[in-house]
Design a binder for this molecule. Structure first.
Ligand code: PGA
Length: 254
């Protein structure tokens, strides 16, 4: 079983005063891989504030430098102190009208300097999940290094709205994605971590991370406050305990 990974995506939220949240998030992350992805301007200060967790960015350009006003390259992100980057998040795919090939070139650029977390997911509940595996394979560039790749399954319809798929739906999507990775990379595809993301909260993190195919979580809204992110990190670090608590609570409530 791969070591579990929890990623916090602050999106366009947070200023320097919010960096105090990182102290308890850092303290809770001694036994688990945690990455926090703040907005670009906070990367250096976030890096300086933590010792257990790693810092990531939320996107990078495909080029290393040049006349691309407003864009930030993987090399610049690495220079600011980050080691990870989210690539192909559905909010950016939609806003920047990125094709899978566009996402793939960002993954390629990211892999030269950082560890990309490649996001994929279907638009609407009930969409054919095999299309998500197709999207994954079309978003992985030629020559990609399976040892520097993480996948996040994020159904678009579950992001930020408080709706989550059933445990069966999540397991099924993860199995299809794993099959895609094995087809693409052979046995090396087995080691690539596949995270789940979309409306993860303290009250569902234990149940979701207890799904055997889920190797970590990508958390948006609940990641900017330690009060909500730390319980999620703890639930992922001890998924079986969290699942048992959940079962006990359910029994006690009935
Ligand atoms: P959410 O966002 O946890 O707020 O749904 C997840 C994401 O967009 O990465």
């Amino acid at each position: 079983m791969a070591r579990r990974l929890v990623v916090g995506n602050w999106k366009m939220r947070g200023t320097r005063s919010d960096l105090a949240e990182l102290l308890s998030i850092d303290a809770a992350s001694a036994d688990i891989d945690t990455v926090v992805c703040p907005p670009f301007p906070l990367i250096s200060a976030a890096r300086a504030a933590v010792s257990n967790i790693a810092i990531g960015a939320q996107d990078c350009h495909w080029a290393s430098q040049g006349a691309h006003t407003g864009a930030v390259s993987a090399a610049m992100i690495a220079d600011a102190g980050a080691e990870w980057v989210i690539v192909g998040h559905s909010e950016i795919r939609t806003a920047a009208k990125l094709s899978n090939a566009d996402v793939g070139s960002r993954v390629a650029a990211a892999q030269r300097k950082l560890r990309p977390i490649l996001c994929v997911g279907e638009a609407t509940r009930g969409d054919d999940l095999s299309r998500v595996a197709d999207q994954l394979l079309a978003s992985i560039p030629p020559g990609a290094d399976p040892n520097r790749l993480t996948i996040a399954y994020e159904p678009n319809w579950a992001i930020g709205v408080g709706a989550t798929p059933s445990t069966d739906e999540i397991a099924r999507a993860h199995i299809l994605l794993r099959d895609g990775l094995l087809a693409r990379f052979g046995e090396a595809g087995r080691k690539i971590r596949i995270l789940y993301g979309g409306s993860v909260q303290p009250d569902n993190a234990g149940m979701i991370s207890a799904i055997p195919q889920v190797e970590g979580l990508l958390v948006g809204g609940a990641s900017i406050r330690a009060a909500t992110f730390v319980p999620i990190i703890e639930a992922v670090a001890k998924p079986n305990q969290a699942a048992t608590c959940l079962a006990t609570d359910t029994e006690a409530a009935t």
